[in-house]
Design a protein around this ligand. Sequence first.
Ligand code: ZN
Ligand code: ZN
Length: 329
Amino acid sequence: MSYRISPLWWPVLALFSPILLPYLLVKNIRFRKNLQKSLEVNRERIEGAETLELPQLDHFELTVLVEHKTSPGFLGSPGVSYFIKTEQGSLLFDIGFGKETPALSENAGKLGFTIKDANALLISHLHPDHMGGFKAVRKMHITLPEEMGAASGQPCFMPGEADAEGFRAELVTKPRLLVAGIASTGPLVRSLFLMGWTEEQAIVARLKDKGLVVFTGCGHPTIETILQMVRQISDEPIYAVGGGLHFPITDSPFKKLGIKAQMIWGTGKPPWQRLTDEDLTRTIENLNAVAPRHVLLSAHDTCDHAIDRFRNELEAEVDVLKAGGTYVL
Ligand SMILES: [Zn+2]
Ligand SMILES: [Zn+2]
């Protein structure tokens, strides 16, 4: 079993345990309370959601600007940024670590992408690997790398309060159509031990003669909860599911200073518990019950072991998203 925190840290943890243990105890009380509340909030939001008139699209094309896995010649980063085009317009979905890693500006440059190409920006949730880095989270302020050009007042659809330089920030509070024939599920919630109450929105589009395409950011509310909301929005079959599903079981794509960060935070469990193969088995079974034709996995929050299991055990055609790749559904 691999260590999530390098043994080099253990004496430090032991030294600080008189502070750390009461801190974890208080955190755990809040986490448990939020856990109960999050289940109720999600249930209310799903039951209260109305059917959306989703336009039928002929074309849905997703180009990956940032991902952990890469096509040759592109830079990897454990964040997410996808540029989506339909015949009705375009949407930039998340901006990875933004300026904090070179991946977004370098890859966008290589693909000839500037922000002028997008009708809107959507931020799935306010975590550093999606909203543009740790500084962006600290200041709740979204900025693009200069190389991508300046935004010119396009909407930026967000699941929480933050501002976005050059964009018109719009808070999304429930399922609604956005741009390019693409809708948001509206925010759904997950109680996370270290990161707290987390609101995350996913996107949905309807492809003619095929069904619904659903893309997530980190997938914190769980894909099961997200798909329950999608079922409420539309009774079309689910054709494709893509994005992060958050299964860092044996490894963490984001590591720093000997700490496998994603195996500790963002799991929906206390830090002394791990995500397990049993958790993954449940999700694979639930996805197979929904029976999408395509699953396009993000490796930015999921380990290779989980990716292999998804590949082998899902009945869908499975792809792993790579920076620089274009996927037409
Ligand atoms: Zn993420
Ligand atoms: Zn996240």
